[in-house]
Design a protein around this ligand. Structure first.
Ligand SMILES: [Zn+2]
Length: 374
């Protein structure tokens, strides 16, 4: 073998070493496209992804030991709502694109393919039971599965410290990818999005059974109160589109203002104090999250005389929406018909006393039920 024959091999080897080094240094081959360079600052129009108090700083080029961070970390309290920054389809949940295999052991993160070709990644979503660090929670909003279409501002999950962030402060690791697959620096786009927060019609973050401190408690919650029950109250308010000024378990003036707004909207005494009456109405708010399936537009058309669990669920939804369907008994009787008609009249949709796709979509929208137009 002659030396000239050796050289191409050596060169190839040298390139491999260089390429591997670059891959290791960036955690990703830093592929620049025709639209943007890898890590370029962009002016991408979007909704701010964290709904609540937060802090962040330029973090794309921060070193993470072997690689460059290539993301922005938005620090916020656990269970602060995270919303889709743009309209799109959930590409993966916990790195799975299969809605029947959500890999709970990889909980919790998701990726959205935007309708405009861009992509965003949301990592370290909550994986704890609220108030604990037990790793037993599920910080992805109900109904959010691979293939689900989401709207800008829709709640998709809650801030946490999952996967390799267990030993850090809770935050959202947020990545922005352009239509060519080039990861860009989202910092300026986030800055531009600030003040552009959508008051999400929002989606219940808690099932009533996991809000026992709030719903089962007897103390009056008012300015100055602290605790798990206050945190759950704030989560419930945030999910209902009322800004409690953070989900920190401290009942401050912003939480009081949110309680008053919620009370006024639900037609109860707007005193900013949570007692038994507010607890009952909050329970209804949380109940609605249980009815995402019932409010799916593809559900069966329900008519007077029908019976069964679908009717029962619609009755509970009507009650939560402030209408009286009579007993929640699964029987589509005259009072339920009257409640449906009253709702349809108020909502400005066709008044026929039946529950079909239009009525479901409308109810889902007005109640902010996840997966049904929230
Ligand atoms: Zn990060």
């Amino acid at each position: 073998m002659t030396r000239p024959n050796m050289r191409p091999g050596l060169l190839a080897f040298a390139f491999m070493v260089l390429f591997s080094a670059a891959t290791a240094a960036f955690g990703h081959p830093p592929s620049s496209g025709t639209l943007h360079d890898w890590g370029e600052q962009v002016d991408y129009d979007m909704v701010f992804p964290v709904q609540g108090d937060n802090t962040y700083s330029p973090g794309f080029w921060a070193s993470r030991g072997e690689y460059v961070h290539h993301a922005t970390d938005i620090m916020a309290s656990k269970m602060t709502p995270v919303v889709a920054v743009a309209d799109g389809v959930i590409y993966s949940v916990n790195w799975s694109t299969n809605p029947n295999d959500l890999r709970p052991h990889k909980c919790c993160n998701l990726i959205i393919d935007h309708d405009d070709g861009w992509q965003t990644k949301y990592y370290h979503l909550n994986n704890d039971t609220p108030g604990t660090d037990d790793g037993q929670g599920w910080g992805i909003a109900p109904g959010i599965l691979p293939g689900t279409h989401v709207s800008a501002g829709q709640v998709i999950g809650w801030v946490g410290d999952s996967t390799n962030a267990e030993n850090t402060s809770p935050h959202l690791h947020f990545e922005l990818v352009d239509p060519e697959g080039t990861i860009v620096d989202a910092y300026l786009a986030l800055k531009a999005a600030e003040g552009n927060r959508v008051a999400s019609s929002a989606c219940a973050p808690l099932s009533p059974s996991s809000a026992t401190e709030l719903l089962g408690g007897t103390r009056l919650l008012k300015v100055g109160a602290r605790g798990t029950d206050v945190r759950q109250l704030q989560q419930a308010l945030a999910s209902g589109g009322y800004d409690p000024g953070g989900v920190d378990g401290v009942f401050g003036p912003k939480t009081a203002a949110a309680v008053k707004a919620f009370q006024a909207a639900r037609g109860i005494t707007a005193d900013g104090i949570v007692g038994s009456e507010s607890r009952r109405v909050l329970s209804n708010l949380l109940e609605t999250s249980q009815y995402a399936t019932a409010l799916s537009p593809s559900g069966p058309i329900l008519r007077p005389g029908d019976r069964g669990s679908a009717v029962r669920e619609i009755q509970a939804v009507l009650e939560a929406a402030g209408f009286d369907p009579g007993p929640v008994d699964g029987v589509y009787g005259p009072k339920t018909v009257a409640a449906v008609k009253a709702y349809q009249q108020q909502a400005g949709i066709g008044v026929d006393g039946k529950v079909g796709p239009v009525t479901r979509r409308s109810l889902a929208s007005s109640l902010g039920v996840t997966g049904s137009g929230c």
